[in-house]
Ligand binder design. Structure first.
Ligand code: CO
Length: 470
């Protein structure tokens, strides 16, 4: 056999972030993660994605957990493995644009609490919205990875992807991720795209996709053959469907080839055994809906990411309008076109999805528009690759001002004001960031936290009284 150059492909495990975000609405609690961390730490992953995305919001809102505390606990457990997070550029993990001082502080605290690699993206691929996070990341000595939201459309040619890859290299990022949140990247296209981007940049390229449309593992195979450096996978009990290809399957696929990951199937099997009962529990209590587990070929047509599909289902359920599901799926591409063909990823996916639901339920497009639709059409999220539909823009924002510059240039620093607003709740530096991102939800959590602490104090006082009678 001829000597082949070895080029082991790296694996980023997503079970602690994207896999449960995609399949069970980000509801995995920290206590469920911790017992398996020691085993996961032995595997030798390129990284473990464990924070950011919706985990921050869901921790505070639904699990009554401090997301910073989760990060510190994971950091304590993962002694040898790089921890990775997903950051929405100027939105950080919230849903509006923050001033640069908040973004920089968020990056600083994420790194200080244990993050090694920050994957940063913008829902419009407007690189101006990533500059502040990349600079902050470099300042903190972390690895800045810029993720391009992959999408289809007239504007998204190979030249588009090659040029933007070059711009990313010039910005000082350490690597590029092709972020295919909807599972739109088909195998041979992936080969073409990775080859083109590899020829345009020296930066390592990572591929992130979802199984939604059923092609994901084949896409990884072709991308790896084209030289992609790292792929994102999920341990099998939380793989497939709207999640990632299964870790074990990809590891086996590349075994004894030049791309051999070198990961130990026995360790992976222990990890799968650990998560399997939780999968069964989620199926039994309805958190894991079998609907998201199949192949949804419509995603290729409608370009709807997994998370957006499940959000839409719950929005329609709330309105007792589940029968409108197909109408909404048809409305999405129309709204997307009106909005300048943005990729569909948080928050543009929510903006387009909610507006599509509204258009269908109201029976007339843009009869009502959400605040976020107004912001998008007035340029507050940045620049879309194509212009907005002028008629729709006029109907929604009227004579309001349109923004052309980097949106955050218009935002004065806001950290001091936020500190002032929340000082009565502050127990750690990071609390101001939780408050900045989700003001109401964070305050509810702070109240809950305080009540829990008071309860503990009371119990201790009772015990003390019992032990040392006054
Ligand atoms: Co994803």
């Amino acid at each position: 056999m001829s000597e082949q150059i070895k080029k082991p492909v790296g694996i980023t495990e997503t079970i602690l972030r994207d896999a449960h975000q995609s399949l069970i609405a980000t509801r995995m609690p920290t206590e469920l993660m911790l017992p398996i961390v020691e085993t996961m730490d032995k595997v030798g992953y390129h990284s473990v994605e464990c924070w950011g995305g919706a985990t921050f919001d869901a921790s505070l809102r639904f699990l009554h957990e401090d997301p910073w505390d989760r990060l510190r606990k994971l950091r304590d457990g993962f002694k040898n493995t790089k921890l990775q997070m997903l950051l929405r550029g100027q939105n950080t993990l919230g849903y509006r644009h923050y001033a640069d001082d908040v973004v920089a502080y968020f990056v600083q605290k994420s790194v200080a609490n244990g993050i090694d690699i920050i994957r940063i993206f913008d829902c419009l691929n407007d690189l101006r919205n990533l500059k502040c996070s990349v600079d902050a990341c470099n300042k903190e000595g972390a690895h800045a990875q810029i993720a391009l939201s992959y999408t289809l459309g007239d504007a998204y040619t190979m030249d588009y992807w090659m040029n933007i890859a070059k711009e990313i290299e010039e910005m000082g990022a350490h690597s590029i991720c092709i972020k295919d949140m909807a599972g739109l990247l088909v195998p041979y296209k992936a080969h073409e795209l990775v080859s083109a981007m590899k020829s345009a940049t020296k930066l390592p390229i990572q591929l992130h996709t979802h199984y939604t449309s059923g092609v994901a593992s084949m896409t990884y195979l072709k991308a790896v053959e084209a030289g992609v450096d790292v792929i994102d996978t999920a341990i099998s009990p939380f793989a497939l469907g709207t999640s990632q290809p299964a870790t074990e399957v990809m590891v086996e696929t590349f075994k004894d080839t030049p791309y051999d990951t070198g990961l130990d199937q026995n360790l992976l099997s222990d990890i799968a055994d650990y998560f399997r009962p939780y999968r069964e529990e989620c199926l039994a209590n309805g958190l894991l809906d079998p609907k998201v587990m199949g192949v949804n070929i419509k995603t290729l047509l409608y370009q709807v990411p997994g998370g957006m599909l499940s959000n839409m289902v719950s929005q329609l359920k709330e309105q007792n309008a589940e029968d409108k599901y197909d109408d909404v799926l048809n409305e999405i591409p129309r709204v997307r076109k009106d909005f300048g063909e943005p990729p569909l990823v948080t928050p543009s996916s929510q903006i387009v999805g909610t507006q599509a639901v509204m258009n269908v339920l109201m029976g007339e497009p843009y009869k009502m528009a959400t605040g976020q639709t107004k912001d998008l059409l007035s340029g507050k999220y940045g620049k879309t690759v194509k212009p907005f539909n002028a008629e729709v823009q006029k109907k929604v924002i009227g004579d309001d001002e349109i923004i052309e510059c980097r949106p955050a240039d218009l935002l004065p620093n806001e950290l001091d004001k936020l500190e002032e607003e929340m000082k009565q709740w502050k127990q750690q530096d990071e609390d101001v960031l939780s408050y900045a991102l989700f003001p109401q939800v964070a305050v509810d959590y702070f109240k809950y936290r305080q009540a829990q602490q008071e309860k503990v104090d009371m119990t201790q006082a009772d015990t003390a009284n019992g032990a040392y009678p006054v």
